[in-house]
Structure formats: C-alpha cells, structure tokens
Design a binder for this molecule. Structure first.
Ligand code: ADP
Ligand code: MG
Length: 495
C-alpha cells in the first residue's frame, strides 16, 4: 500500500503520470527519464537515479537519471542484498539517510557527487513480482535535509512508478507474443498455400476457418465432402469423393486435431481414368490369351478328327478303329467346351457355416495317397479355435484341392507341403519350384499353364470361388525355394 499523501502531492503524482497516457508515442526509457527529471525538480534533489532489474537478475542497472549534479556512471549497478540500496531493495524497505557517516558510504555505492551529499532517500519499487528496482534521491550540501514527508511522497512516486513499469513490461511482452503469433501464422499460411493442394482448416464445429487459394476451383461443395466423411465413424480418415456433375473425383483426407481439423483434397480424376484404362487393357489381354488358348486346345482334337476321317476314306476296312479315334477326340472337344462353359458361368454358392477343420480333413483324406505316391510329406496345421465362416464347404474343398495339387506338382520327392488354417485364414505352402514374377502376374488368368498336360483353369477357378466369398488370395513365391498361397477371411462369420 502506498503511504497517504496530501492533496498537493496527489496532484503532483497525477501530473507525473500523465505521460503514460501517451505511452504509445513515448518509449519506456524516455518516460522514465521524464519522471525522474520531474521528481528531481519537485524534490529539489541534485541527483536522482533509478535502477531497475530484469525479472530474475540479482543486479539492478541504471535506467534513468535526473538533477543538476548527477555523477552516477552509466554502467553503475546495484547488487541485491549488498550495500544500503541493495539491502533496501532486498527488504523492500525505504531508507532515509541524514547521517554523515552513512552518507559517505552511500556516495561510494551510487557514485561520487561533485558536491558532498547532505541527505539521501533510497526507495524500493515494489510490484506484484517483488522488488523490481530502487529510486535514489540526494540533496547537496547547502540544501535542506529530506523529511519523513518527503520520504512518504517518494514512496508513493515509487509505487506508481513500479506499477507503470510493470504495465509497460506487460505490454511489451504481449507485443512480443503477438509478433511471435503473427510470424507463426505467416509460416502456417506459407505452408498452407505452398501445399499446392486444396486445403481447409476447420474448427470443431466443422466450419471453415481458413482455406487456401487452391480450393478456388473445387466445383463440388464442401458440405458434400464433409457429409461423406461424417457418414463414416472414426476420426481421421480418407474418402473418395466424386462429383457426378463434372465427372471429377478427389481423395479427401481429414485429419482431426484437438482444436479442429484439416481437410486436404487431392484430385484423382486422371488417376481413376488411368486405372479404368489399365483394367480394360488387362481384360482385353486376358480375353486374347484365352482365345488363343481355346483355339490351340480345339485345333489338336480337330486335327485328329480330320486325319481319322481321311484315313477312313483311304482305308475303309479300318473304319472301326478310326471311328473310335473320332469319337474320342469329339469327346475331348465336348469336355473342353463344358470346362470352358463351367468356367464362364458365374459361381453359385450353397451357403452354410463352414468348419475349415472338416474341409481340410476331407481334402487331406482324398489326396494323401497322391502325396505318398510321390513321396511328398503332407503336414496339417490347424489352430485350436477356428471361427465358423459363412460359405460353401464343397467350394472350399475345391479351392484346397486345386492349391494342394499344384503344390504337389511343383514339389520334388522328399520335400514338404503344409496346409493350414488359423483365425485369419487358410494357406498352402510348398518347397517346390517356385515361380518367376511374370508367372505370378498371369497366375489367375484362365488357360495360363506351364504344364504340358495342364488346363490352366485351376487357379482361375480358385480365384472365382475366393472372390464369390469376398475373401482375398495372395501369393508369395521364390524361384527354386517354394510358394505360399494365403486366403484371408474378411467374410462374414457364421452366427
Ligand atoms: P495348371 O495347374 O493346370 O497349370 P493352374 O491354374 O492350377 O493351372 O496353375 C497355373 C500355373 O501356375 C501352373 O501351370 C504353374 O506354372 C503355376 N503354379 C501354380 N501353383 C504353383 C505352385 N505351387 N508352385 C509353382 N508354380 C505354380
Ligand atoms: Mg492346377
């Protein structure tokens, strides 16, 4: 609490502090100089010095001086807790010095005045942060000594001064904070604009706070994008958004942050078009491959039939024998047709709860002889608790049979084939010949085979059955070391 002072003094203090009203124009240093100079005049002091300390420092340095005979060097400092002024600052207690012995000691601390000092006051500046400085006032010999009333007024001036300095420092640190925030914001804007992709910054209510320049040519409304994203549960997410009016598509990536969210769009229109074109080319290549394969398959029996017919004409007595050949080749053609039709027909599933343990056991029972004959070890690995999966058990037997037959055909005698089932899916692994990456690419193409007697329909049928169950098949294969087929179950668990 500043001590009570008279009306005249109150007016003096009020006039003293009119300066900060225009603080915008006056720097803190100038303001302090003005106050100190006016105080020197008011108190009739020959020398006034103001020392201030920075937040955590243990020394105070000279901030302003006033009066006719100031002899405090600009570099003067006061150590908190040392000397009269330092102790006054530490204790927060003002000191009035009118005794000559102390005077000379004081003079040596705050500088040597040209004329001997006769009277001094040391007043700490106390703020909410503790002592932030001291105000020293001295009179030369020949003047009156400072009175208790002077000290009271000086304390009042000091307490106003402390408040003003604290405010000024607060304003300065706020300005620094604002400048920092503005520079952060400028950096953010730079990154935001530099993204080159349309980007939005949303608040927690999903309202747009910022959007960059690249968003200007997004024809689809942001509401549509947001409603698509919101339609799905979860936080950060990606979603393909299509604008049917313009035929353009985007990948919308939403990142949820504690203070809102960022939404970045990437146009995928061209990528989609490329993907569709690639699909079309792949399909065409597949059809071309199939047609060639069919033509090849048909030509063999046809050649047989033609030459048999020719033989009948040339050697009628052998007609019986050649008729048999014709019948046999015709049957092959028929078989080929039904195989192809069977493959072309969409698969119908007879759905029920599938127990993969039973599926594997029945296929193993069916095929174990073939493995024994070729001296290939067949191992079964089934996890203890398998989920029941909705599907067609006979189709799954067909899948495993095809995979195991291929594995057996690729294996050398003495090697091992493993068929397994886990919670996630089923697999067949061999230590056989493996495949090149070109072979792996064509694996599921109908009629693709590397075997002289192969049909090339095994794996394409497998793929069709797996797709019909909405499962996924993947292959890992290394030339010379083996192959593993994995089927994952994203399919429905049977209730
Ligand atoms: P096919 O067995 O009649 O040739 P598939 O569709 O079953 O027809 O297989 C196509 C081709 O894939 C095979 O000819 C073979 O080259 C390759 N293949 C399939 N499974 C394996 C395997 N386990 N190891 C090595 N190659 C394989
Ligand atoms: Mg096969």
């Amino acid at each position: 609490m500043p001590p009570k002072v008279g009306r005249k003094e109150t007016r003096f203090i009020a006039s003293l502090f009119e300066v900060p009203r225009q603080a915008g124009q006056v720097s803190l240093t100038e303001f302090l100089e003005q106050i100190v100079t006016r105080s020197a005049a008011w108190f009739g002091a020959s020398s006034v010095s103001l020392f201030l300390k920075e937040s955590k420092d243990s020394v105070m340095s000279l901030a302003a001086t006033g009066g006719d005979s100031v002899a405090v060097p600009k570099t003067a400092i006061i150590r908190i807790g040392h000397g009269i002024a330092g102790i006054a600052a530490q204790d927060g207690a003002p000191v009035l010095i009118n005794d000559n012995g102390t005077q000379s000691r004081f003079r040596s601390l705050v500088g040597k005045a040209s004329a001997p000092l006769v009277s001094s006051m040391v007043v700490p500046l106390s703020s909410s942060q503790g002592c932030i400085g001291v105000l020293n006032l001295s009179r030369n010999q020949g003047s009156d000594r400072f009175s208790e009333a002077d000290l009271r007024l000086a304390r009042s001036v000091a307490s106003h001064l402390a408040l003003a300095i604290e405010n000024a420092r607060l304003v300065a640190s706020l300005q620094t904070a604002i400048r920092d925030a503005e520079s952060e914001r400028a950096k953010f804007r730079g990154i935001f604009e530099g993204l080159g992709l349309p980007a939005y910054f949303l608040n927690q209510d999903w309202h747009v706070l910022e959007q960059n320049f690249a968003t200007r040519d997004i024809p689809v409304s942001l509401d549509l994008i947001l409603s698509e994203l919101r339609a799905e549960a979860g936080l950060s997410k990606e979603k393909e958004v299509v604008d049917h009016a313009s035929g353009r598509s985007w990948l919308a990536v939403l990142n949820v942050l504690p203070i809102g969210a960022t939404l970045i769009l990437e146009e995928t229109t061209e990528r989609e078009a490329h993907r569709r074109e690639l699909d079309r080319l792949n399909r065409m290549a597949e059809i071309g491959y199939m047609t060639a394969a069919i033509a090849h398959e048909i030509r063999n029996p046809l050649t047989g039939i033609r030459s048999a017919a020719q033989m009948i004409r040339e050697v009628p007595e052998a007609a019986d024998e050649f008729t048999k050949i014709i019948e046999h080749e015709a049957m092959k053609l028929n078989e080929l047709c039904s195989q192809f039709l069977g493959f072309a027909k969409p698969i119908e599933l007879d759905k029920r709860a599938v127990d993969f343990r039973k599926v594997i056991e029945s296929v193993v029972a069916l095929m174990s002889h073939e493995f024994e004959d070729k001296d290939v070890v067949l191992d079964v690995e089934i996890a203890p608790r398998l989920p029941m999966i909705e599907g067609d058990p006979l189709r799954w037997e067909q899948v495993l049979q095809n995979l195991m037959l291929n594995a057996l055909q690729a294996s050398m005698p003495g090697s091992r084939v493993v068929v397994g089932a886990s919670v996630a899916g089923i697999w067949v692994e061999d230590q056989g010949a493996g495949m090149t990456s070109e072979q792996q690419e064509r694996l599921f193409t109908p009629f693709f085979t590397t075997k002289p007697q192969g049909t090339g329909l095994g794996l394409s049928t497998v793929k069709k059955i797996v797709d019909a169950h909405e499962a996924k098949i993947t292959v890992q294969s290394f030339c010379g070391s083996g192959t593993r087929f994995d089927i994952e179950f994203p399919m429905k668990r049977a209730a």
